[in-house]
Design a binder for this molecule. Structure first.
Ligand code: IFM
Length: 392
């Protein structure tokens, strides 16, 4: 029996662009056409169907839900803030609260308003100011019901895909620009952190808890080869810990938000790898990697919130084993006094997986993209038992 703390947060994560539909003013809407990708279109129609989706989350015994705000809806044109959209997200927060689901709100989950990107995106010297104007409006509007804020989702993944590999908008491939963006995102986070805390203070609200969602990837070296070891410890630092160190040095994290999916092995042709299972996107399934990372995070002496962990698979039994195995590793870490406070599965619904379109199926709930009908998967029902009793 694996018992989790009584006040543990249990639930799922989503992001606006990946579920809402019709995000006309976002950079991705333009990018899909630019690169001839599968269009996100109506997506899961979650923008209209969110109450029905939250009913399902409540029925599945969740007590928390992470979602993101689409900046391009709030500010579709530079300097024009659409109050009806702020009202929409206020209603989302109210709906979650009515169902006893703790809202965990992400301010930026990869997508940006097209006007911002056309003005140079994060490379523009005024980018951080633009972001802060948006953050201020949203936090002013939603502070009444939100305690947990995530400023930026997976900043290093964003930099890698958008400025290094060039497969996400704006499609740049430049090491120098990647470094510039890194600095901008760090600044955007630190300033947002201060701004959010200031707004809560001015309103005499309890201090919020602010963090980022840090994608952590396991790096596991299967040889004693010192060159391999060096490469991996460097990658581990660059991808996993460099930004956390920067943000913690600047006292701008109230807890650590972790997204964990997979691990990289070296050497890539090792015979041992044939026994390690993969998801249907070819990512290794390696729950032990999460355990090692959690132990490494212990040095920061902060609470840790697993904000994403999930699998794309056509086999729902495999999804369930994935969840179970990761929860066991989290439990093991808690026994080692790592302060994990919650677990959110990615994702509540099947959704739009960026350049891969709709074929990956990450959801606890299946979405029929013709009828928009939702079907609760067996894994969701199994997970709901854990959420109810806080034990496995
Ligand atoms: O779908 C993404 C999400 O947007 C960010 N984290 C990883 C997920 C699965 O790839």
């Amino acid at each position: 029996m694996f018992e989790f703390p009584k006040d543990f947060w249990w639930g799922t994560s989503t992001s606006s662009y990946q579920v809402e539909g019709d995000n006309f003013y976002s950079d991705w809407w333009w990018w899909e056409k630019e690169r001839d990708l599968e269009p996100s279109g109506k997506c899961c129609r979650h923008y209209e169907l969110y109450k029905q989706d939250f009913d399902l989350a409540k029925a599945l015994n969740h007590n928390a839900h992470r979602f993101s705000i689409e900046w391009a809806r709030i500010e579709p044109k530079k300097g024009f803030f659409d109050l009806s959209q702020i009202q929409h997200y206020r209603d989302v927060v109210i709906s979650l609260r009515e169902r006893n689901l703790e809202p965990i709100v992400t301010l930026n989950h990869f997508t940006l308003p097209l006007w911002f990107v056309k003005e140079g995106g994060w490379l523009n010297k005024k980018a951080v100011d633009y972001f802060l104007h948006y953050v201020e409006r949203v936090v002013e509007g939603l502070s009444f019901g939100v305690h947990f804020w995530i400023t930026i989702n997976e900043p290093i993944v964003y930099i890698y895909q958008s400025y290094f590999k060039g497969i996400w908008p704006p499609g740049e491939r430049s090491f120098l620009k990647s470094i510039k963006i890194y600095k901008r995102l760090v600044l955007a986070h630190i300033n947002s952190y201060k701004l959010i805390h200031r707004i809560y203070k001015e309103k005499n609200l309890n201090p919020p808890l602010v963090s980022i969602a840090k994608h952590l990837r396991g790096f596991s070296c299967l040889t004693r080869n010192p060159y391999h070891k060096f490469i991996f410890s460097f990658k581990d630092y660059l991808f996993n810990f460099m930004m956390l160190d920067d943000l913690i040095r600047n006292k701008s994290l109230d807890f650590i938000g972790v997204n964990y999916y997979t691990v990289e092995f070296l050497p890539k042709n090792s015979l041992q790898l044939k026994d390690i299972p993969k998801n249907n996107l070819g990512w290794f399934i390696y729950p032990e990697g999460l355990y090692s990372l959690l132990l490494k995070l212990k040095r920061y002496n902060l609470d840790i919130f697993i904000l994403e962990n999930g699998i794309s698979t056509g086999d729902d039994n495999q999804r369930w084993s994935f969840i179970e195995a990761h929860l066991k590793q989290i439990h093991k870490a808690i026994e080692k006094k790592v302060r994990v406070i919650g677990y959110l599965y990615w994702s509540l619904l099947d959704n739009f997986e960026w350049e891969k379109g709709f074929s990956p199926r990450f959801g606890l709930i299946e979405v029929d993209y013709q009828s928009f009908r939702r079907t609760v998967r067996r894994s969701a029902k199994n997970f709901s038992k854990i959420c109810k009793e806080s034990k496995l």
